[in-house]
Design a binder for this molecule. Sequence first.
Ligand code: KG4
Ligand code: ZN
Length: 360
Amino acid sequence: MSIEEKMKEKVQLLKQKDSVLILGIESSCDETSVSVVRNGQEVLSNVVSSQIDIHAEYGGVVPEIASRNHIINIDYVYNKALKDANITASEIDAVAVTYGPGLVGALLVGLNFAKGLAYGLDVPLIPVNHIAGHICANFIDFKDLKPPFVCLIVSGGHTAIVLQETYTTHKLFGSTLDDAVGESFDKVARIMGLKYPGGPQVDRLAKEGKNNIVFCKSHTFDNPYDVSYSGLKTAVINYVHNCTQKGESYNISDVCASFESQAFDELINKTIKASLESGVNKIALAGGVAANSYLRENMTKLAGQKGIKVYYPSMSLCGDNAAMIASAGFYKLKYSDFDCDLTINAQPTLPLDTSKSFLA
Ligand code: KG4
Ligand code: ZN
């Protein structure tokens, strides 16, 4: 019997087991993280080693530097995750790892570490989609949250409104036609000289500013759930350039407040519309941008007025971390069929499987 067939047999046994301990590994961008999670919800450890300070010097993530630092960090992070969880490696039932989307060199470090570990411990390898992981962060924080719910995915690389049908399947309402919302936060912040990553800085400054600059008018799209960020991003960059070229000062807090509300108001309305039209009165936020205070407060307020309950992960689970990957690995193990393929490669542009559209 091949090693993969043996792993598949173990997957079938784990589906029946009451207590499943999964070690998760995440290295898709600039965080090296390893976590131990029981039954998808009980976090025994979640070690995150961030490279933000290293990349801030360059104004963004430098892929080659990210890969090298993952290699340096991963062994220490893995050992600390076991120590914090107070377990030995032999107690792990399966290894879950992000295999995409993300930076290919960065993904390969975590993926190869996971393959070696699964092979050495003789346990199944569960390949996890990073975006599915972000969604599962909500299951860790809200033990009572069960699908279906509408999920707004907002990160550095993704912006989409989906229906989380079951623990492992999604239907697409709509997505960005160009830039991701997090990317536009980072670019707008950079043009104003704010440190990488720009999202948290814009969030902080916006609280002191007024929404008094109209950057661009809202568009109509063929799919009413789609959004676009390149026009808004360019309008803010042009505004800042114009002021600088004329030697005029601009109020950075007002720019942040105006950009932030124009970035989110439409997205909030469309997510609420998705909830009302699907008759699913729960909305969850997922991804790094789910940490944004304007988004959290306004989604909660506006959805609440329509009787919709809003969920968002705690700050430590919004950004990239391995607990969400271990959690997604657990639900994949329990509720779907997959191959334990030790030759699986990193997939930098791996989409979230939304093959079925809500509108179809
Ligand atoms: O999910 P994430 O950690 O990485 C990806 O999978 O992309 O998201 C990172 C993004 C960055 O663009 C960062 O600026 C943004 O999340 N972000 C925020 C906030 N905190 C992080 N954007 C707006 N407001 C925040 N408070
Ligand atoms: Zn992420």
